[in-house]
Write a protein that binds this ligand. Structure first.
Ligand SMILES: [Zn+2]
Length: 294
């Protein structure tokens, strides 16, 4: 009887402890996404990104560099006892891993712009924040490239992070980061990236390995949940977003065709969109259609 209750206490403890936490793989499973790779094959929901091969300068195409470095980094990670895969632009639905890192390089009209960036989604979650920190620290230390802090919306709103709104994304409980390795349009960054390709890949792999070593034995605390009850898709380009439910409010942003949002409140003719920042953004109903994500 005592043994049984002890056993059930342990079982309950295991269930309670395991259920709400992010799953961990053994050996750790790392997924590197080579940015823009095979972007022509992107599914309908991301058709706006099809055919994009990213930045290009000095005879270097971003996509080619991304593919090369992603494969080299995956090789290092495998050599250190992890499971590691390279994915193209298309992520299988609800893809789950211990770490997901999208690999990109920047371009800018201003050739003086340089440095690397690391970011994660707007959603606050300690696991992804730690991945960003370890990756950025190790990358800076090993490459000596300067850090560029001008994180863009395209990075924090990266399509593959948008679980809950799209199908072909990583799972909600997968720690994720996007790395811009440096500017191809900057001669110094570009020269470094093309002549130190293997070293750059090693730096990325080290950062990811350092993150994996920080995983708590009981798993990560669960990520904050995303509202999924009411999802809409924007029907047109340049649809204005207002800071209140009426045209008399300020136009504060725009939405693009096929972008999806979660709705958290409805008023006649208006829908309030969900943003992790808590920003107040309303859209007119007729500019959207409701969708269901399988
Ligand atoms: Zn890119």
């Amino acid at each position: 009887m005592l043994r049984w209750s002890l056993l059930s206490m342990v079982l309950v403890g295991v269930l309670l402890g395991a259920a709400p936490t992010a799953r961990a793989f053994h050996p750790p499973l790392v997924v590197l996404q080579a940015g823009h790779w095979r972007s022509a094959e992107l599914p309908d929901e991301f058709s706006r990104l099809r055919g994009n091969t990213g930045a290009a300068a000095g005879g270097v195409r971003e996509v080619d560099l991304n593919v090369d470095i992603a494969h080299r980094a995956a090789e290092y990670l495998r050599a250190w006892g992890n499971e590691a895969y390279v994915l193209p632009a298309t992520v299988p639905p609800n893809y789950r891993a211990d770490a997901f890192v999208a690999i990109h390089a920047d371009g800018h009209a201003n050739r003086a712009a340089r440095g690397f960036k690391v970011a994660t989604s707007y959603r606050p979650w300690i696991a992804s924040d730690l991945l960003v920190r370890e990756l950025a620290d190790e990358y800076a230390r090993r490459t000596g490239l300067p850090r560029d802090w001008r994180i863009t919306h395209n990075m924090r709103g990266y399509y593959a992070f948008n679980s809950g709104l799209y199908q072909h994304t990583i799972a909600e409980d997968t720690p994720a980061a996007i790395l811009e390795m440096g500017f191809l349009t900057n001669p110094t960054d570009r020269a470094y990236l093309v002549t130190h390709t293997d070293h750059v890949a090693w730096a990325i792999a080290l950062g990811i390995a350092r993150f994996l070593a920080t995983r708590p034995a009981e798993g990560w605390p669960p990520p904050p949940s995303f509202p999924r009850d009411d999802i809409v898709e924007v029907l047109h380009d340049n649809v204005p977003l207002f800071d209140g439910p009426g045209r008399e409010f300020n136009r504060v942003d725009r939405a693009a065709r096929k972008e999806r949002y979660a709705v958290v409140e409805r008023r006649p003719g208006w829908a309030k969109l969900f943003f992790w920042s808590g920003a107040e953004r309303w859209i007119e109903d007729f500019q959207t259609r409701p969708i269901t994500i399988p």
